[in-house]
Unconditional design. Structure first.
Length: 238
């Protein structure tokens, strides 16, 4: 009897852990807007940066720039890409179709890309830590250069599109040299700045299916456990 109850309890615990992880809040890419818009899994609202790229910033020129306290300048161009220092000979370095990069304005022109939209990643976490100022971030990673850019998407409904602020926060050393920034705008708020989805997404509430299957599994396990216990109890009587 105790072994059956223990098995059922353990199964329930494992299932609850799985469901908790499965139903965790996330911000998932909107089709056709990778690195530009994501949909909140909890509310179904879209956070879109597309309106920040206006007509005069569509000429492969970085929409946002910032500077650290030492050497580097930084360029950030969500929803699109930019080129920098093209057609220059070594030791100059160029960026081609980059969405995030660091560069210099010294005697040698160097641009090192953190990545493009395809290499970007949205991440949602209410327990954000040091150097991150929002529960929603957009990051780019360049494994070859061991560098990473993390942009905190700070929701402020009072900051108009033209007043959107991109600021350098800090850098940390480690396996990856990680640069932290903040982007403060009304467009960083889910449901404020709309995007026209390029392909119609088929919304499947798969997590309800998981819950249903989990409940059914618990019922089946309980029935099997009860039958095993009843059968075992019958043998004891004999």
């Amino acid at each position: 009897m105790n072994s059956v109850v223990g098995f059922i309890a353990l199964s329930c615990f494992v299932l609850l852990c799985f469901l908790n992880k499965t139903l965790a809040v996330s911000c998932d890419y909107v089709d056709g807007y990778r690195g530009c818009a994501c949909r909140m899994s909890e509310t179904n609202e879209i956070m879109g940066l597309d309106l920040l790229i206006t007509n005069d910033t569509q000429k492969r020129v970085p929409r946002f720039t910032a500077k650290d306290n030492v050497r580097w300048l930084f360029a950030f161009h969500p929803c699109d890409s930019f080129n920098m220092f093209l057609n220059l000979k070594p030791p100059n370095e160029a960026c081609v179709k980059s969405s995030a990069a660091r560069y210099t304005d010294q005697s040698v022109d160097i641009c090192q890309s953190f990545g493009d939209s395809e290499s970007s990643q949205f991440f949602f976490d209410n327990n954000y830590g040091e150097h991150i100022t929002s529960n929603l971030t957009l990051s780019y990673t360049n494994q070859a250069k061991s560098t990473k850019m993390v942009v905190s998407l700070v929701c402020n409904k009072s900051v108009e599109i033209n007043d959107t602020a991109f600021k350098y926060i800090n850098v940390t050393e480690g396996i990856l040299e990680t640069y932290y920034f903040s982007l403060t705008s009304k467009c960083c708020c889910p449901g404020i700045c709309p995007v026209i989805e390029k392909t119609k997404e088929k919304i499947v509430y798969w997590y309800y299916i998981v819950i249903g299957v989990g409940i059914l599994l618990l019922i089946v396990i309980s029935i099997i456990g009860y039958k095993v216990y009843s059968k075992h109890k019958g043998y004891d009587r004999l």
